[in-house]
Ligand binder design. Structure first.
Ligand code: F0G
Length: 459
């Protein structure tokens, strides 16, 4: 079948600045992208850049931008209320009539005083991207990329996913009257995420493979069918996800923390947050860079190994395995982008064990903040970065929590019941996290029994 051709992206103009595409490897600057968003010269990833950005551009005066973004928070316009579109001066242009928004972004930051004490840092906060419309950080990129699909008049959008991208894509496609095709690994994603994609009306295909296998099929599919690819190789996704870092800096009164810590799976999110930090410094919205560190699960650690074993010179794909199914990824697409921001900000890469993830999740939960396992790698990673001395006691740290607790209640219930690691090689190590478990107590419907339970808990 002939390859399907359509110009998806073109050079655009906004507020005196121009956004263009550039290949991250060979530097080619195509006027449009092909269906798979790969450079037609060398096959690597594309990114947006803004050649019109100069410090003497009045449209980009840092003080004026900060004040404009703040004013928009009181506006009744849907695009101003979105925590993504509110920052549209730092994004490529998409016509307003194509914008699909669910009022995404606007996520809270929380202090974690007990986790701070336990890890020995003075200031520890979490930005909870799980408090988005579909309960994960994916919505910030999806609002923007789904809108670009709408602009391109696509009927179908598609993604391969470990569950959160698909939930988000299905919702935004439905809101924009587009059909969505989801490819997910059979049996390897949580029920919460699968149920979202079903309810939002996606054609949901559970493939007998892993996430990396789903990506391979999808890449072949988009070359043959007119479907718009919504994985994070799509540079619009990265642009939308940048806003989490912009919003964070605004929440911190434009005083960057010393460290930002993110989970690493396909490595789109770390790339996006790092890109935003570098751009904000270029535009003098911030005057110094936080160190951006990336944490992977030990069983899904190709990026950690790339940096530690090969100095970032190559990435060896692996068969990934972790109970943090969101980041069960062995061949991350955006590893070169992530490497660039890791090096540019002076961040570090770490790996954490399954038990460390489960314990960290329960510790965050005990502060009244629920996140999914993949998010908890951040706290587990911080502990290691404290032990290695990379993060110092007096420094300020922000963890990016990427998904909500209710995305994967199965994991949480098994952990608290003490079943999570039964029969696995981690059973012995898991005993160390027992003090964090709070199994439900089944009692007779009897006042005395409840009082006895209360008294026992008090002791
Ligand atoms: N945390 C959660 C909750 C995720 O769902 C993902 C990725 C990540 C972290 C890692 O982010 O891939 O940008 O490095 N989930 C994708 C998905 C792969 O299909 O939902 P990343």
């Amino acid at each position: 079948m002939a390859a399907f051709h359509r110009t998806i992206l073109s050079t655009t103009r906004i507020a005196g600045t121009v956004s263009r595409l550039r290949c991250i490897a060979c530097g080619a600057t195509p006027d449009s992208a092909s269906q798979d968003f790969r450079c037609t010269t060398c096959g690597d990833l594309l990114e947006f850049f803004f050649p019109g950005w100069t410090s003497d551009s009045p449209a980009l005066d840092p003080a004026a931008l900060k004040s404009l973004w703040l004013t928009r928070r009181t506006s009744r316009e849907a695009l101003d209320q979105s925590g993504v579109w509110r920052f549209r001066e730092l994004l490529p242009h998409i016509p307003v009539e194509d914008a699909i928004t669910l009022c995404e972004g606007n996520t809270p930051i929380y202090h974690l005083p007990r986790c701070a004490r336990a890890t020995g840092v003075e200031s520890l906060q979490a930005k909870h991207q799980g408090v988005n419309p579909t309960a994960s950080f994916k919505d910030t990129g999806m609002t923007f990329a789904a809108s670009s699909a709408h602009q391109g008049k696509f009927r179908w959008v598609a993604c391969a996913s470990t569950g959160n991208t698909s939930a988000s894509m299905a919702a935004y496609a439905a809101r924009g009257n587009m059909h969505s095709l989801v490819l997910i690994p059979d049996g390897k994603i949580s029920w919460g995420k699968l149920s979202q994609s079903l309810d939002y009306g996606a054609l949901t295909c559970q493939l007998r493979t892993d996430f990396d296998g789903c990506v391979r099929i999808l890449n072949d599919l988009v070359r043959r069918k007119p479907v718009y690819l919504l994985n994070s190789v799509n540079p619009y996704r990265i642009e939308g996800q940048k806003t989490a870092a912009i919003e964070l800096m605004e929440q911190l009164a434009w005083e960057p923390p010393d460290h930002i810590i993110v989970p690493g799976g396909n490595l789109g999110n770390s790339s996006a947050i790092g890109k935003a930090l570098l751009e904000m410094r270029e535009l003098e919205l911030i005057t110094r860079l936080p160190k951006l560190s990336i944490i992977q699960a030990q069983g899904a650690n190709p990026f950690y190994r790339s940096v530690r074993e090969f100095g970032g010179k190559k990435l060896q794909p692996m068969t990934a395995d972790t109970l943090a199914t969101a980041i069960r990824i062995g061949n991350p697409a955006s590893w070169k982008k992530a490497l660039h921001v890791l090096q540019a900000t002076g961040g570090e890469v770490e790996e954490v064990t399954e038990v460390e993830i489960a314990a960290a999740k329960a510790e965050i939960g005990a502060e009244g903040i629920g996140c999914e396992p993949a998010s908890a790698v951040t706290l587990a990673g911080l502990k290691k970065l404290r032990r290695s001395g990379f993060v110092k006691a007096g420094e300020s740290v922000v963890l990016i929590l990427t998904g909500h607790l209710l995305k994967d209640p199965d994991f949480t219930i098994k952990f608290h019941r003490g079943d999570l690691f039964t029969g696995t090689p981690d059973e012995t190590e898991a005993a160390r996290a027992k003090y964090l478990q709070r199994a439900p107590v089944v009692l007779d419907a009897d006042l005395g029994a409840v009082i006895a339970a209360l008294d026992a808990a008090e002791r």
